[in-house]
Write a protein that binds this ligand. Structure first.
Ligand SMILES: NC(=O)c1ccc[n+]([C@@H]2O[C@H](COP(=O)([O-])OP(=O)(O)OC[C@H]3O[C@@H](n4cnc5c(N)ncnc54)[C@H](O)[C@@H]3O)[C@@H](O)[C@H]2O)c1
Ligand SMILES: [Zn+2]
Length: 367
């Protein structure tokens, strides 16, 4: 099969970079990195699920282009985003004698990307890094935009830095080995882009979702590219989240609270924000004029994706959810704020919602 590729530019002045979306991209990793004017030494940071499948291929491509790569494996999932693993990476970098121009390649999902980005941002006050995202979520969301972060006991992503990658390579072929549940979780972020910025994408998804769920290559190339374009546009307009970038948090106020209170691992991020987006749609109908018919379209699309649209809670057991929403790091002065849709493709952020109305939304998603 002919290797296909698309390009999206993230325009951030001297920190601009390209996102390449395609098939067979891993083989071109070395040549593409060579064009970045970085040093010969490089580390491929990956996890125990992705490494055995793709790290040798990545290292071989880097070697063929004249790099001296080493592979560093970290635990899979959120466990990678810890201070302990960060320290291990620093020690590994020191052992490899990495220099200011040495390259860090993040090969994996959002967890590896967030960890590698943070380590690259801080070791020697900043090394160049390249993202090779291998989950649907990381291809359409976390690999683009330069947010890096790790978790501490007090909460997720509380420690981090903005550090833009020099290049993002989204090889949609890598998605073929992703577990079904992880794959669907990524679809929740794709639907989000339709709601916040692109009614045509939303409409297309209503038709083409079965093909996307079947991991059809052509469909994936088209949808991942569109999502990266939207993310790039938003990040370009508001790199450090002083305004529009907040729109990416549609469904996340409640979604994060569900993730944090449901118990470790019960809900994947994409699953929690699926329910969160249905709740946000309900509130949008109440406050920002989203027609009820659109709320139903949103609910149906998440259902079609096999994602949860209900979360059962009784009013008397909602205390922890409210506490979690109040402690969300995007909250200021204890007020709970939501991103709400005026219509499909247009949202407002920072909308304060009082407890009684949040109860209304929780009743709505209680089924
Ligand atoms: N920086 C940002 O802007 C941003 C945005 C959204 C989410 N995030 C972060 O991203 C993280 C979630 O990322 P994720 O959903 O990609 O999870 P993940 O990185 O944990 O990957 C999910 C699972 O799939 C495995 N995996 C990855 N690629 C695979 C492949 N091709 N084949 C087989 N298995 C594969 C991983 O090892 C892991 O077990 C969270 O920590 C979240 O905070 C960051
Ligand atoms: Zn998200």
């Amino acid at each position: 099969m002919r290797n296909e590729q698309r390009k999206v530019s993230v325009a951030l002045g001297s920190r601009s970079y390209e996102v390449i979306i395609g098939t067979g991209l891993l083989a071109s990793l070395g040549q593409r990195c060579k064009a970045l004017d970085v040093g010969k030494k490089c580390v491929v940071l990956t996890d125990t699920h992705v490494g055995p499948r793709y790290a040798d291929k990545a290292a071989a491509a880097l070697k063929a282009a004249g790099f001296e790569p080493s592979i560093m494996m970290v635990p899979a999932g959120e466990a990678a985003k810890s201070l302990k693993v960060v320290a291990r990476c620093y020690d590994g970098f020191a052992k490899q004698r990495l220099e200011r121009k040495s390259l860090v390649v993040a090969l994996g999902g959002g967890c590896v990307g967030d960890l590698a980005g943070f380590v690259a941002a801080t070791y020697l006050r900043g090394l160049p890094f390249v993202q090779v995202p291998t989950t649907l979520l990381s291809q359409v969301d976390s690999s683009v935009g330069g947010k890096t972060g790790i978790n501490i006991a007090a909460g997720k992503n509380l420690v981090g830095a903005f550090h833009q990658p020099r290049l993002v390579l989204c090889d949609v072929e890598a998605l073929k080995t992703l577990a079904d549940r992880e794959y669907r979780a990524g679809v929740a972020e794709i639907i989000k882009y339709g709601i916040i910025k692109d009614p045509a994408l939303f409409k297309k998804l209503e038709k083409s979702l079965p093909k996307i769920l079947a991991r059809d290559t052509a469909e994936l190339l088209s949808v991942v590219t569109r999502c990266c374009e939207i993310k790039a546009e938003i990040v370009t307009a508001d790199e450090t989240e002083n305004g529009e970038r907040a729109s990416l948090n549609f469904g996340h106020t409640l979604g994060h609270a569900i993730e944090n209170t449901a118990g470790y691992g019960r809900y994947l991020h994409g699953e929690a924000i699926s329910v969160g987006q249905v709740a946000a749609a309900y509130l949008s109908a109440k406050f920002t004029g989203l027609p009820d018919t659109e709320v139903e379209r949103i609910r149906q699309l998440f259902l079609l994706a096999g994602l949860p649209v209900t979360y059962k809670t009784k009013p008397e057991t909602r205390g922890r959810l409210f506490t979690a929403m109040q402690h969300d790091k995007k909250v200021s002065a204890g007020e709970i704020k939501f991103v709400l849709a005026k219509k499909l493709g247009e949202v407002v952020w920072g909308h304060k919602v009082v407890d009684a109305d949040i109860h209304g939304a929780l009743d709505f998603i209680s089924g």
